[in-house]
Design a protein around this ligand. Structure first.
Ligand code: DC
Length: 212
């Protein structure tokens, strides 16, 4: 039996780092599903194709290879914005969700992180976490990350961006971002990365003991 851990939450909540640490801890395969939306968006941008044509975007989504997702290339800001736009399209979601579900069945277990894992992609996941932090904290983390890399950053613009991304992700009709009814909420606003990991591990261990 495959055990799946579903991790959802808004942009810049720290769920990426947390998901990678959890996958390593339990020896599970990890998929950052945001990268699948980003890969489809990048293919459109590279080909100079429009971001508002659902049939064209669906074609790109069907061609996304999970094995070839390169975080360092796909993390560009413009790609994230484009991804958020095509993520409202049901045909794009259908294509990517199918690939994500196939991944979730890998043995011995999987960790998938995104926006709709606990609600749509893996509703039967063994454990569901909803990782969040206040918009101010998320914007500050992103600001620090950019400055840490030696680049210039504008906090007000980043904050504005975080809010807009939330509105788009939570406001879309198909699979909006929201916690599953049976998700454990983890607010990391006041937590270090290590504290968030320990809190997540406690929740997961407690949930897994009940399943076994
Ligand atoms: O987590 P991220 O920033 O890489 O995600 C980029 C966009 O992809 C995000 O704004 C919304 C979309 N997304 C989604 O709709 N569903 C997912 N499971 C993951 C990401």
């Amino acid at each position: 039996m495959t055990l799946t851990i579903a991790i959802d939450g808004p942009a810049a909540a720290g769920k990426g780092t947390l998901s990678r640490q959890i996958a390593e801890e339990y020896g599970f395969h990890h998929l950052d599903t945001g990268l699948t939306y980003r890969a489809a968006a990048k293919a459109l941008l590279d080909a100079g194709l429009p971001l508002d044509d659902e049939a064209v975007a669906e074609r790109m989504a069907l061609e996304v290879e999970l094995a070839g997702l390169d975080r360092s290339v796909l993390s560009a800001h413009a790609i994230g914005e484009a991804a958020s736009k095509i993520a409202v399209m049901p045909a794009v979601r259908r294509a990517l969700v199918q690939a994500q579900r196939a991944f979730s069945r890998k043995e011995p277990g999987t960790v998938l992180d995104g926006r709709d894992i606990g609600t749509v992609v893996c509703p039967d996941a063994a454990v569901k976490l909803y990782v969040t932090a206040s918009p101010e904290v998320r914007a500050k983390r992103r600001f620090d990350e950019i400055v840490g890399k030696g680049a210039a950053a504008d906090y007000a613009a980043i904050f504005d961006d975080v809010k807009k991304r939330d509105e788009r992700d939570m406001g879309r009709v198909d699979s909006p971002l929201r916690p599953a009814d049976d998700a454990h909420l983890l607010d990391t606003s006041e937590m270090s990365i290590e504290a968030a990991f320990q809190a997540a591990k406690s929740l997961i261990d407690a949930a897994l003991i009940k399943k076994i």
